[in-house]
Design a protein around this ligand. Structure first.
Ligand SMILES: O=C(O)CCC(=O)C(=O)O
Ligand SMILES: [Fe+2]
Length: 283
C-alpha cells in the first residue's frame, strides 16, 4: 500500500507533506544489510529520501556556513552577480532573474584546476572544499550501497561510472528564492535531475515532489541535520529503470513567503557515461 502524506500548517494554509523514508549514513558506512535494503526501497519507490547526518558535525557546520555565504552572495548588487555569468555553460556560474538566482561551482574547477571562487565565497574556500569533498564521498557511499543492493555479489557496476579521479560535472550549486508576493506568480519549473544523486540542504518549505503512486504534489519538509537526497536520470538509466528519478519542482506554499536559501550538491557521472542500462537487475 502506498504511504500517505502527513499535513502541516503554513500561515493559514494546510499542505500535504511527502512521506520520505529516513536512511542512516552511519549504518550505510557500516555496510548494514538491513539499511541497504531500506535504501533500495526508498530509491526505487519515491526516489527521494532523507539521510540522517547526526554525528557528522563538521559537515553540518559547513552546511550552516554555506547558507550564510549564500545569503551574502545573493544580497550583493545585481551587477556583481552577473560577473559570474558564463554564457552557454549549463554547469557553471550564476543564473538568475528577479527573485531567484543560482550559482554553480564545479568540483573539478576547485580540485583539479584551482580556479578562483567568486569573491563572496573566497573567505570560505576551506569550507567550500570540505563540503564538496565530503558530499562527493557521501554520494559515493550511497552509490556503492545501491550498486551492491541491485547487483549482489557482482562487481561495483555503478562505481565504475563514478571513479573518484575521473572528470565529471559534479558541482556545488546554491540557490536563492522563490519569494514572491503572490504564490501563483511562481513559474512552473517541474523537472527531473539529470545527474546521479542530488543532495539538498534547505531550512524552508519550497521543494515539492510528484508522488508516483497518485501523481499528486506534496511538499518536502526541511529536517534539521538531514540531507534530502534524490535519484537522478543517470541512475535511473544505468539501472534500467529500477531506480526512480522523481519529478519535482520548487515553489512557495503561501503568498509573500520569506527569503529561502538552498545548498545542493549534484553528484554526476564521469564525463562520457552513456545513459544505458549497465546490467539486467537481478531481482
Ligand atoms: O531548491 C530546491 O529545493 C531544489 C532545487 C532543484 O530541484 C534543482 O536544482 O534541481
Ligand atoms: Fe531538481
Amino acid at each position: 500500500m502506498a504511504p500517505s502524506c502527513s499535513k502541516a500548517v503554513v500561515g493559514d494554509t494546510v499542505i500535504d507533506v511527502a512521506p520520505l523514508e529516513v536512511i542512516s549514513l552511519q549504518r550505510l558506512l557500516e555496510n548494514d544489510e538491513n539499511e541497504r535494503g531500506r535504501l533500495e526501497h526508498a530509491a526505487t519507490s519515491l526516489g527521494f529520501f532523507y539521510v540522517d547526518l547526526r554525528g557528522s558535525q563538521q559537515y553540518l557546520n559547513d552546511v550552516g556556513q554555506l547558507y550564510t555565504t549564500t545569503e551574502r552572495y545573493f544580497t550583493q548588487p545585481h551587477e556583481y552577480l552577473t560577473r559570474d555569468f558564463h554564457e552557454n555553460d549549463e554547469f557553471r556560474g550564476y543564473k538568475g532573474g528577479k527573485n531567484w538566482g543560482s550559482l554553480e561551482i564545479p568540483r573539478d574547477d576547485i580540485f583539479d584546476q584551482n580556479k578562483p571562487l567568486p569573491p563572496a565565497f573566497q573567505l570560505d574556500s576551506a569550507t567550500v572544499k570540505r563540503f564538496i569533498g565530503s558530499s562527493h564521498e557521501m554520494a559515493h557511499t550511497i552509490l556503492g550501497q545501491l550498486s551492491k543492493s541491485l547487483w549482489p555479489g557482482s562487481e561495483a557496476w555503478l562505481e565504475e561510472k563514478h571513479r573518484i579521479g575521473e572528470k565529471s560535472k559534479s558541482s556545488l550549486k546554491v540557490y536563492r528564492g522563490p519569494a514572491l508576493a503572490r504564490r501563483v506568480d511562481v513559474g512552473d519549473n517541474t523537472h527531473t535531475d539529470g545527474g546521479s544523486l542530488t543532495l539538498l540542504y534547505t531550512n524552508k518549505w519550497g521543494t515539492q515532489v510528484e508522488l508516483p503512486w497518485n501523481k499528486e504534489w506534496a511538499w518536502i519538509e526541511a529536517k534539521p541535520e538531514h540531507a534530502i537526497v534524490n535519484v537522478g536520470d543517470t541512475l535511473q538509466a544505468l539501472s534500467g529503470g529500477k531506480l526512480y528519478s522523481c519529478r519535482h519542482r520548487v515553489s512557495q506554499p503561501v503568498d509573500g513567503f520569506e527569503e529561502r536559501w538552498a545548498v545542493t550538491y549534484f553528484f554526476r557521472p564521469e564525463d562520457g557515461t552513456q545513459l544505458a542500462p549497465l546490467r539486467i537487475v537481478s531481482h
